[in-house]
Design a protein around this ligand. Structure first.
Ligand SMILES: Nc1nc2c(c(=O)[nH]1)N[C@H]1C(S)=C(S)[C@@H](COP(=O)(O)O)O[C@H]1N2
Ligand SMILES: [Mo]
Length: 323
């Protein structure tokens, strides 16, 4: 099937387009074939794209509800200037300190995480505190797919197709009170499952925070999916934050609690190393990390080096927050 490799006319140079178009065409092929499951890799006909781009996920079983919401419609407003990172690369080089400090090992250890049932408590300074089951999110909010750059403070970067819904939609649902100034996010705390949490000198559970002005910015996504399917465990299943103009550590994984507060909450990395991991953590090539410059970044997988962009290239959306 030759149409697999026909570019879709993205607004970017030809050499940037191939992996994206392969990824998207696979979705169209699967949709057209009416595949029951995206992951029935064994059932794919010979025209299926190469395994290096599309990974089989025997470990991910979609629920009936998930089958109705994945893959979600792609929002084309958010443009990339680089290729989508191959899923096999993004999924085997992860920061998830609950499971391992070795990026290449996270994938393996994170499979222990039990993601069903999963509840997220939204509480604090809101009119209607709520506890959501994961299915409540999938039913109540319209999922969309967005391609975002992700820049880790360690000077590597990738480009990822996330699926999720704007955090703003969730906040609108619980109605923050006028005195709420910040939103605090917390991950699970299960040391017997996630051995990293036995490190008693680290402030577990992992926590992050945004100002409320940042939190309602259209770019902030509550992601439930990646590469067109529910989140893989190493990427923070079943629901995580994605804040593309800030260093990756802000994008907290496997969220269990969201709290609206009237103070600046302490956060995991900022508590551990305040001089290395600023609270605000906006991507900025002109502010070096104490141990390395931030002027450049290396794309994982290809090792291509790019210049770091202020706000990770999202100035048009967020610069006004900081004037
Ligand atoms: N709960 C939790 N969330 C986390 C982390 C973590 O260790 N624990 N690491 C952060 C860092 S440093 C980065 S760069 C991103 C990496 O996301 P990825 O593994 O999906 O690429 O997750 C962030 N979210
Ligand atoms: Mo990171």
């Amino acid at each position: 099937m030759s149409n697999i490799h026909i570019p879709k006319g993205w607004e970017m140079p030809e050499n940037e387009v191939t992996p994206e178009s392969v990824y998207l065409n696979r979705r169209e092929v699967l949709k057209a074939m009416g595949m029951v499951s995206l992951f029935a890799a064994g059932a794919l006909p010979a025209c299926s794209p190469p395994q290096s781009v599309i990974d089989a996920h025997p470990e991910i079983n979609l629920t009936d509800l998930e089958k109705t919401v994945y893959p979600a419609n792609r929002i084309t407003k958010y443009k990339l200037d680089r290729r989508i990172t191959a899923e096999a690369v993004a999924g085997s080089y992860n920061n998830f300190y609950e499971f391992s400090e070795v990026k290449e090992d996270v994938d393996h250890h994170a499979q222990r995480l039990q993601t069903r049932p999963w509840q997220v408590e939204v509480t604090g300074l809101v009119k209607t505190p709520k506890v959501y089951d994961l299915d409540d999110f999938l039913k109540r909010f319209i999922l969309e797919e967005r391609f975002y750059r992700l820049r880790c403070v360690e000077a590597w970067a990738m480009a990822v197709p996330w699926t999720g819904f704007p955090l703003k939609a969730l906040l609108d649902d619980v109605e923050p009170l006028p005195n709420a100034t910040h939103v605090r996010f917390e991950s699970f705390h299960k040391p017997f499952l996630a051995q990293g949490q036995f490190a008693f000198w680290q402030p577990w559970p992992y926590a992050e925070a945004l100002t409320i002005k940042e939190a309602v910015n259209e770019l902030v996504l509550m992601a439930t999916g990646i590469y067109g399917h529910p989140l893989s465990k190493q990427h923070g299943a079943p629901i995580r934050l994605v804040v593309p103009w800030k260093y990756g550590f802000k994008s907290i994984k496997s969220i269990t609690k969201i709290e609206l507060v009237d103070y600046e909450p302490s956060t995991f990395w900022n508590t551990l190393q305040p001089l290395e991991y600023g609270w605000e953590a906006n991507v900025d090539p002109n502010v070096p990390h104490p141990r390395w410059p931030q002027t450049k970044e290396e794309l994982i997988g290809t090792r291509e080096v790019r210049l770091t962009q202020k706000y990770n290239g999202y100035s048009d959306f967020v610069a006004s927050l900081y004037t």
